[in-house]
Design a protein around this ligand. Structure first.
Ligand SMILES: Nc1ncnc2c1ncn2[C@@H]1O[C@H](COP(=O)(O)OP(=O)(O)OP(=O)(O)O)[C@@H](O)[C@H]1O
Ligand SMILES: [Mg+2]
Length: 852
């Protein structure tokens, strides 16, 4: 362990944060006046590492700077090239926080956080607990002589830690554990070999192998016998099979007989049907020919009629024409009568018209006269009226009066006429008007009469004109139709041509009906002929089917098979089908085939009866073959089954014996393996017991510790000799260090008898030797004491000794990379080294690095 940097705050007199960088130092002093805080810096180191400080033990809270709530220390250090950092903070109220970190890839990574965990990790890393650390690395003020003159047990314990002598303890434990393990294994193997492998030996294996040979031999003989019995069984099955086959042939022959008889019957029926169908076809053909001829005759008649009268369509046309002719002719006659009557009526009408005109002229003359008379009467009346009015107005008027009508002055007095003439004039006028009215009506009447006659005459003229026009049209129709009729009837067209034509049409239709009837009869007859022929063809096809159903091929194959099964010739039958026969010939052949098959079936029946099989002779033969390998069975199948079972059992027994033999072989190999393992374990148990015994009672540890102490004494001697100006040498004996005083006849005395300054020199010599030699003495790589701090002790030295000590420390202490720090308030000493100056003030202590 080598400190690199120390940071502290609120620790004893260091109220403010202080930092010390040790990295550039190797041999240095911590200087300062009494109570400045020198020891506090080393206390800060053990506080950070172990949470323990020499002067207060675990009660570190006491070291919190008065008036501050907490203190904190961080120590960065190096162990074998690895960088670590431990931080510890304690609060006045008692709580403590810790953190152990390691620098990995340039970053601080936490390694432990709990107080106990951090403490254990630090002890393990440094390889020393607090006690070891303060005796070998950091020698606190007033206690630097603990290793030299302290308790022997503590010294040995520190050496065990420093030299990692726990290794031997661990080795002993391991040896004991291995010895026990091996012993347990030995016991287990003894037990297993005595139980699981009892009876597993070569003799057992030989016996099993002999059993296998015997069992395989029996199996082989049984297989041979089984094969021969199997042959007997097969032979018997062959005989039985042939008889079964023959029985089957008989059955089949009978089936064929049935088929052949059936076909024969069917063929016989077909023969009759075919001859009947042939007859029917001939008759139908003849009928068809006759009917066709009749149809041809009807057609010829119809053609002749057409030749004579044209087609029936023409006749129908003519018929219509004849109808029109008759109608027109009759209408023409009527019209001519009408015209004659109208011409007579026209004459009468002309006479009446003349009379009417005369009457009208007379009436008009009367009317003119009466009108004139009326006009004259009116004039008279109007004069009478005027006269009368004048008389009324002029009543009283005199000459010279102004006229009330015209305003003129009357020159004469008006004359007044008598009123009787007005009445007469009026009566005359009324008579004249009545007469005029009557003559006027007579004129109107004469005019109406004239108009009636005139109307009548126009109407008659129209009728006459219409009759004449119609007569002309009918005459034209008569002419035209008559021409057409003449083509058929010649010059003498009958008076009723339509009836004559209808008779001919009837005749035509009759011929047409005859033709249709004849045609349909002919086609029916032809259909019947076709049907009859088709029937015949179908029957002939059935004949082919039936012929094919004659079981000739099957019967022939049956005869061949039966002959083979019988292994003897059988009565063959001449079964040859007619080459070109009709149905009757084939029917006869089918009957003949049936008879042949009947004979064959009977022959086979006889043969089967004659060759019945007796199983006993086969069983006897099998028993002879089997000998005493299996007991005799009742049937051949039972014999075969028994042999099967016996073969299987023999094979199974042999296989089981082989399995057993294999297992014995495996067990033998395993037994040898386990025996070897037993011997090995016995040896190992023995060896480990011996080793454990050798390591027991710390004999080796004691030895190594004693050797180390002796070496330290020897190494310390050379340093002490120098520091004491050749006066003292160190010796270790009976768990104690002694000094040999050269000045006093090299007498040996306890180190406890040395003066304060001498004790410091001896302790310093031993500490330097320890930190140097520890590497050579250690059993493992872990013990590296890279630093040494000595707090005070120098105060007890005189000036001359101090000079020797300074040069001694420089010479003895400073070697490769080790950090050695001496703490003193003695200026003469500290001025010799680069130093950390600790200054005190009322505000608190502070540090300052002073390099020479
Ligand atoms: N809790 C505390 N608060 C304040 N000061 C404290 C506390 N504990 C100790 N001190 C003081 O801190 C000062 C430093 O003590 P330290 O033992 O470190 O001194 P020193 O430099 O080693 O002295 P010396 O040369 O006498 O050994 C002392 O004055 C001590 O009384
Ligand atoms: Mg001190």
């Amino acid at each position: 362990m080598r400190p690199l940097r120390l940071q502290l705050k609120g620790f004893t007199s260091f109220r403010d944060e202080q930092e010390i960088d040790f990295s550039s130092l190797d041999l240095f002093a911590i200087a300062g006046p009494t109570g400045a805080g020198k020891s506090s810096l080393l206390d800060a180191v053990t506080y950070a590492l172990y949470g323990w400080v020499e002067r207060v033990g675990g009660e570190c809270g006491q070291l919190i700077s008065q008036g501050l709530p907490s203190m904190a220390v961080t120590l960065e250090f190096d162990i074998d090239g690895a960088r670590w950092r431990v931080t510890r903070r304690t609060y006045r109220k008692g709580a403590t926080e810790t953190l152990l970190e390691r620098l990995t890839d340039g970053k601080w990574a936490p390694e432990a956080g709990k107080v106990r965990e951090v403490n254990e990790r630090v002890s393990a890393l440094i390889g020393l607990d607090y006690d070891g650390f303060t005796r070998a690395v950091l020698l606190p003020q007033g206690r630097f002589d603990q290793f030299l003159a302290g308790d022997a047990k503590d010294r040995r314990r520190i050496l065990t830690d420093l030299l990692d002598l726990h290794l031997y303890e661990r080795m002993q434990k391991q040896a004991l554990a291995t010895a026990k393990q091996s012993k347990d294994r030995v016991d287990f193997l003894h037990q297993q070999l005595g139980t699981d492998f009892a009876g597993v030996d070569e003799a057992a294996l030989s016996a099993e192998r002999e059993r296998i040979v015997a069992l395989r031999d029996r199996e082989k003989r049984l297989v041979g016998v089984r094969k021969r019995v199997q042959q007997i069984v097969e032979r018997r099955h062959a005989v039985l099979g042939a008889l079964d086959g023959l029985r089957g042939c008989a059955v089949e022959a009978r089936e064929h007989i049935g088929a052949a008889d059936g076909v024969a019957r069917e063929l016989t029926r077909l023969a009759a049907d075919i001859s009947r169908a042939e007859r029917d076809a001939t008759v139908a053909s003849k009928r068809a020919i006759d009917a066709t001829k009749a149809a041809e005759t009807a057609l010829a008649k119809l053609d002749a009629a057409r030749e004579r009268f044209g087609t029936i369509k023409d006749l129908h046309e003519l018929e219509k024409k004849a109808d029109r002719f008759v109608v027109a002719r009759d209408e023409l006659v009527t019209l001519q009568v009408t015209i004659k009557d109208a011409e007579a009526a026209a004459t009468t009408l002309r006479e009446r018209l003349a009379a009417r005109k005369q009457a009208l002229t007379a009436a008009r003359a009367v009317e003119t006269r009466d009108r004139d008379a009326r006009v004259a009467a009116r004039k008279v009346y109007e004069k009478a009226q005027h006269d009368s009015a004048l008389a009324a107005v002029g009543q009283g008027l005199r000459k010279g009066d102004r006229c009330p009508v015209c305003g003129n002055v009357l020159t004469v007095a008006p004359k007044i006429a008598p009123s009787a003439s007005l009445e007469r004039a009026k009566t005359a006028l009324e008579r004249a008007e009545t007469a005029s009215e009557a003559s006027r009506e007579a004129v109107d009447h004469a005019e109406d009469g004239l108009k009636d006659v005139d109307r009548e005459q126009r109407s008659l003229s129209e009728q006459l004109a219409a009759a004449r026009k119609a007569s002309t049209e009918r005459a034209k129709v008569v002419r035209e139709t008559q021409d057409g009729l003449r083509q058929v009837f010649g010059a003498r067209v009958p008076s009723d041509p339509a009836t004559a034509l209808r008779d001919r049409i009837d005749e035509f239709e009759e011929l047409d009906d005859d033709l249709r009837t004849a045609d349909s009869a002919a086609s029916r007859a032809r259909e019947a002929a076709t049907t009859a022929h088709a029937q015949r063809t179908a029957l002939l096809a059935s004949l082919e089917t039936e012929k094919a159903r004659i079981p000739l091929a099957a019967a022939t194959a049956l005869v061949t098979r039966a002959t083979s099964l019988a292994a003897a010739p059988l009565p063959a039958f001449a079964a040859r089908a007619p080459v070109d026969g009709d149905a009757a010939a084939f029917a006869a052949f089918a009957t003949e085939l049936g008879q042949g098959l009947t004979h064959l079936a009977a022959t086979i029946d006889g043969l089967v009866k004659e060759r019945g099989v007796d199983e006993r002779s086969f069983v006897d033969e099998a028993a002879l073959v089997a000998g005493d390998l299996v007991p005799r069975a009742e049937t051949l199948d039972a014999f075969a089954d028994a042999l099967d079972t016996a073969v299987r059992k023999a094979a199974g027994d042999a296989s089981a014996a082989e399995e057993r033999a294999k297992r014995i072989e495996r067990d033998l190999a395993r037994k040898a393996e386990l025996s070897g393992e037993l011997v090995d374990n016995e040896k190992r148990a023995q060896l480990m017991s011996t080793l454990a015994k050798d390591l027991r009672a710390d004999a080796i540890v004691d030895f190594v510790q004693a050797e180390a102490l002796r070496t330290l004494a020897a190494e310390g001697t050379s340093r002490l000799s120098y520091l004491s100006s050749e006066r003292y040498r160190l010796r270790f004996r009976d768990e104690e260090f002694y000094v040999v005083d050269v000045w006093n006849g090299e007498e040996e005395r306890s180190v406890r008898t040395l003066s304060g300054g001498e004790t410091f020199l001896a302790s310093l010599a031993l500490a330097l030797a320890l930190s140097e030699q520890i590497r050579a003495l250690a059993t493992t790589e872990r013990a590296h004491l890279d630093s040494l701090f000595v707090d005070e002790g120098f105060g007890a030295l005189d000036a001359e000794t101090l000079t020797t000590v300074v040069s001694g420390i420089e010479r003895l202490g400073a070697d490769n990379g080790r950090l050695i720090g001496v703490i003193s308030h003695v200026r003469d000493l500290t001025d010799q080294f680069p130093r950390i100056e600790v200054e005190k003030s009322q505000r608190g202590s502070s540090v300052k690095l002073i390099v020479r």
